[in-house]
Design a protein around this ligand. Structure first.
Ligand SMILES: [Zn+2]
Length: 350
């Protein structure tokens, strides 16, 4: 726990001032042997609070005061990627840590935070678009959609012909298309492009490319909350996008387990499946959920048959973790797996 913010109360303002001035441990804190508090740079805190709309990334409650939470529990780590915006209740739950089996795990908080930042970004972009006249807006969207699908297709053909190293550079060209909710045509083209690469995983996909595909795929999906049902029922087109993501995630994870024996590539693929499974679970999309569960089963099976025990334990964990909602018993993070660190680390493209 480092800082506490509310919308405007003088107490919190004073407290904020004290903390940003780099407060030292008080006598009481020293007596109790509490951790030294480190001030988070004001620009980092302000930027993050703006990006998160000063709202808890877990409950999204608009009226609660929020705090910045150090995801790894180390108050000296001021990397913005290590900070999450939480309300007091969830901060409390997060501080208890996963040791009790319940409560929030660092990697779940990271996922919630990433997901919430995307949601705020999309909401702001959508609100900005809504101020335009409806007819102009629709025409504009159609043109944007067609143009972006066309541009993405160009990147797609270059990607196919490139080496894995070059592919990493080319994938960056897709990043702008995650910035705004383009229409279906652009988004499915985007996912087809990633599928092309996933289909070639066995030819030596690097873990850098795998991480990038994971980030890009997850950012384009119509997933707005990993904690509660979506406000509107997902449309058929949304489901089609999610199915394409299942293909990407499972192909990468399967080939990584079977041919590459690369834990990080396998974990990147499994993370895409985690997102879809979690979304299907929260929104009670039975069919979709069954599909992802069956993918996880074949992955576990493949890892077992191939003697890739690290992969098997990770797939089992990811599957259970996606189904364990807040307040329920959380599965234990398997120890000593190379993917753990990268899973908690940066997922955002900077
Ligand atoms: Zn909360």
């Amino acid at each position: 726990m480092v800082k506490q913010f509310s919308k405007n109360s003088p107490i919190h303002r004073a407290r904020r001032k004290r903390h940003s001035a780099g407060s030292r441990r008080g006598p009481l804190e020293k007596c109790l042997g509490m951790k030294k508090r480190h001030a988070i740079p004001g620009s980092v805190a302000d930027g993050l609070l703006y990006e998160a709309d000063r709202t808890c990334c877990i409950c999204h409650s608009p009226h609660k005061a929020v705090q910045l939470h150090h995801i790894d529990g180390n108050p000296g780590n001021k990397d913005p990627r290590n900070l999450a915006v939480l309300c007091l209740d969830h901060h409390d739950e997060a501080s208890k840590g996963p040791g009790h089996g319940r409560g929030l795990t660092p990697r779940q908080i990271r996922k919630y935070m990433d997901n919430w930042l995307r949601t705020v970004k999309v909401r702001r972009a959508t609100e900005a678009g809504a101020r335009t006249h409806p007819t102009v807006k629709i025409a504009h969207e159609l043109i944007m959609d067609a143009l972006s699908a066309h541009e993405i297709r160009k990147v797609r053909s270059r990607l196919i012909a490139a080496s894995w190293d070059k592919r990493l550079q080319l994938l960056v060209l897709l990043d702008p298309y995650t910035d705004f909710r383009y229409g279906y045509d652009a988004r499915i083209e985007f996912l087809y492009t990633l599928s092309d690469l996933a289909d070639q995983t066995r030819t030596g996909m690097t873990h850098e490319v795998a991480d990038m595909i994971n980030q890009l795929a997850v950012s384009i999906l119509p997933i707005f909350s990993l904690q509660r049902p979506a406000n509107r029922k997902p449309k058929k087109k949304d489901i089609r996008l999610l199915r394409q993501a299942i293909h990407i995630g499972s192909t990468m994870a399967y080939d990584a387990a079977k041919y590459l024996r690369d834990m990080r590539v396998a974990a990147a693929g499994a993370n895409v499946l985690w997102e879809v499974l979690r979304f299907a679970h929260v929104n009670k999309l039975r069919e979709l959920k069954r599909e992802v569960l069956s993918e996880f089963r074949s992955l576990e099976n493949e890892a077992e048959v191939g003697g890739f025990s690290e992969g098997k334990r990770w797939f089992e964990f990811e599957c259970l973790d996606a189904l364990a909602l807040e307040g329920h018993l959380q599965p234990k993070l398997p120890a000593g797996i190379a993917a753990n660190k990268s899973q908690i680390e940066s997922k955002r493209i900077t």
